[in-house]
Design a protein around this ligand. Structure first.
Ligand code: SF4
Length: 476
C-alpha cells in the first residue's frame, strides 16, 4: 500500500457528509410524495477540464441528495456556478451569470444559488459577491468541495450568503460520488495543483501545490470505469509529468501509464497537460511502447522568444522546446501535436512574436489553443510595466490564427484516403444523418454509417479534409 505525506481527510468526516446526503435525499423524497415534483439542479461550468471534473463531482453529490438534473435554469431549485479565474473573460462571464439569476431568485425565493470554483479562492472576487450580489446563497472554494452536502444543508437555513473558503490545501479526498456525462470517455484526475508559478498564471495560487493521487486509487477508479463500458481514459493534471514526485514511491508518470495500459477494457489512453521542461525520454519511449496510448501530445510552448519565455518563468528555451519536439516526432512517427500560445505578453515586440510564428511553422502543430494575454491580479505579470497595447495584441493574434489554420489544413491533407480508427461519440452536430467521433490522433471525424455505433471503435476512410475536421466513409 502506498503512503502519502499529506494529511488525509478523516473517514468520520466523509461519513458525516454521506449521512447529510442521505438525510437530504429523504427530505426530497418526502417532498416528492407530497407534491409530485422532483427537486432539480442546474450546473454551469466555466473554464478548464479540471472544473469540468469538479462539476462531475458536484452533480454526483446532488444526485445522491435526491436532486434531478435539468437543462432549464428556470426549473432549478439549486443552481451551482463553478467558476474559473484563469482568464479575464471568465470573470466577466461569472458576474454576468450571477446577475442574470437575480430575477429567478425573485420569482422563486426557495432557489439556492451557489458559487464555487477557483475564482472563489481569490479574496477580491468573494468580496465583490458579498457586496454586490447579495442574492447568492452559498460561496465555497476548491479545497472544500467534499463538504458541499453540509454547506448546502446549512445554507438552506441561512438568511445571508454563507461563505466557506478553506485555506488549508494538501487534501485529496477519494470516494466523492461522480456523475459522468459520457459513458465511453472519461477524464481521471491523477493530481491536483501546480508548483511551476509561470508568471502569468493564477493556478498555483488558487489550486495549491502539486498533490498526486495514490496509484491504487487511480487504478481502482479506471477499473470501475472500464467495467462500466468506458473505452477512453484521459489522465488529467496541471502538469502530469510531475506525477508521483510528492509520494513516497519509486514510480513516475511513465510508470503509471504502463500500469493503466494493462487494465482490461481500456482501449485508449490520453493525458494532459505536460510541461515541456518535465517531459522525459522515458515518457516518450513509454508512449511508443504502450499500444493503448494515443499518438497525440499536448505540449504548450506559450511563446517563441527566449526573452519572453524567461519573463514567463517557463524554464526552457525555444531551442530546447524544438529539440524535445524533434525527439517526440522521431520516436512517435505520425504523432499529432497541439499547444497553447499566448499573444501579447508584457514586453513582447513584433520581433519576439515572429519567433512564435517560427515555432508554429517549424513544428506544424495539428492544433493551437491561442490566447490574447490578459492580466490576472495576484500574478507577477500583471505588475509588469511593459504591457502591450490592444491593437498590437489583436493584430498579431489574427496573424497567428491565420497561420495555424493554414498549418492545420496542411497537416490534415495527409489524412486524405487514409483509414483511421474512430471512437464513435454520436450524431454529427451539423448533419444528424452522420456520426461523429475522434481518431486516435484526436481529429474530429464525421462519417456515414449504419447501426448502433455509439461507443464503438470503427474504421473510417477519409474522403475530405478541412482545417478543423475530417469527413469519411465507414469501412465495411
Ligand atoms: S505549468 Fe504554468 S501555466 Fe500550467 S498551471 Fe502551472 S503555473 Fe499555470
Amino acid at each position: 500500500m502506498s503512503e502519502r505525506k499529506e494529511i488525509k481527510i478523516d473517514k468520520a468526516e466523509l461519513d458525516r457528509q454521506k449521512e447529510i446526503m442521505l438525510r437530504l435525499k429523504e427530505n426530497n423524497s418526502m417532498e416528492y410524495q407530497k407534491n409530485g415534483k422532483h427537486k432539480r439542479y442546474f450546473v454551469i461550468t466555466l473554464g478548464c477540464q479540471q472544473n469540468v471534473s469538479d462539476s462531475e463531482k458536484i452533480m454526483g453529490m446532488l444526485d445522491e441528495m435526491g436532486y434531478e438534473k435539468t437543462e432549464e435554469r428556470e426549473e432549478a431549485d439549486v443552481v451551482v456556478i463553478n467558476t474559473c479565474c484563469v482568464r479575464e473573460n471568465a470573470e466577466l462571464k461569472l458576474f454576468g451569470n450571477i446577475g442574470a439569476f437575480k430575477q429567478l431568485k425573485i420569482d422563486n425565493p426557495g432557489l439556492l444559488l451557489c458559487v464555487c470554483g477557483c475564482m472563489m479562492e481569490q479574496e477580491h472576487a468573494v468580496a465583490t459577491i458579498k457586496k454586490k450580489y447579495k442574492h447568492v446563497d452559498l460561496v465555497f472554494g476548491t479545497h472544500n468541495l467534499y463538504r458541499f452536502p453540509e454547506l448546502i444543508e446549512r445554507s438552506m437555513n441561512e438568511k445571508y450568503t454563507l461563505i466557506d473558503i478553506m485555506n488549508t490545501e494538501g487534501f485529496i479526498v477519494e470516494d466523492i460520488p461522480v456523475r459522468r456525462e459520457d459513458k465511453f470517455k472519461a477524464w481521471v484526475t491523477i493530481m491536483y495543483g501546480c508548483n511551476n508559478f509561470c508568471s502569468y498564471c493564477i493556478v498555483p495560487h488558487v489550486r495549491g501545490r502539486e498533490r498526486s493521487r495514490l496509484p491504487e486509487d487511480i487504478v481502482s477508479e479506471i477499473k470501475q470505469l472500464a467495467a462500466d463500458g468506458c473505452k477512453e481514459i484521459t489522465l488529467l493534471g496541471q502538469n502530469v509529468n510531475s506525477y508521483g514526485k510528492d509520494l513516497k514511491l519509486e514510480m513516475d508518470f511513465a510508470d503509471l501509464i504502463k500500469i493503466v495500459n494493462e487494465i482490461e477494457g481500456v482501449e485508449r489512453i490520453r493525458f494532459m497537460t505536460s510541461h515541456p521542461k518535465d517531459i522525459s525520454d522515458k515518457l516518450i519511449q513509454t508512449m511508443s511502447e504502450c499500444k493503448k496510448v494515443c499518438e497525440q501530445l499536448h505540449l504548450p510552448f506559450q511563446a517563441g522568444s527566449n526573452k519572453v519565455l524567461k519573463a514567463m518563468n517557463r524554464k526552457y528555451t525555444k531551442e530546447e522546446y524544438l529539440e524535445k519536439i524533434e525527439k517526440v516526432k522521431r520516436v512517435l512517427p505520425g504523432v499529432a501535436l497541439s499547444t497553447d500560445v499566448i499573444v501579447g505578453f508584457p514586453g513582447e515586440t513584433d520581433e519576439d512574436f515572429e519567433e512564435t510564428l517560427d515555432v508554429i511553422s517549424k513544428v506544424e502543430f495539428d492544433q493551437s489553443f491561442m490566447f490574447i494575454y490578459s492580466k490576472r491580479s495576484g500574478t507577477p505579470a500583471a505588475e509588469m510595466e511593459n504591457q502591450i497595447n490592444e491593437e498590437q495584441k489583436h493584430r498579431n493574434f489574427e496573424r497567428l490564427k491565420k497561420l495555424q489554420a493554414d498549418v492545420s489544413k496542411k497537416v490534415n491533407d495527409d489524412y486524405l484516403n487514409r483509414i483511421v480508427e474512430v471512437l464513435v461519440e454520436g450524431p454529427s452536430k451539423n448533419d444528424a444523418s452522420k456520426f461523429t467521433g475522434r481518431s486516435r490522433t484526436g481529429k474530429v471525424v464525421n462519417f456515414s454509417g449504419q447501426g448502433e455505433l455509439i461507443g464503438q471503435l470503427v474504421n473510417v476512410r477519409i474522403t475530405e479534409v478541412f482545417s478543423w475536421f475530417l469527413n469519411g466513409e465507414m469501412e465495411a
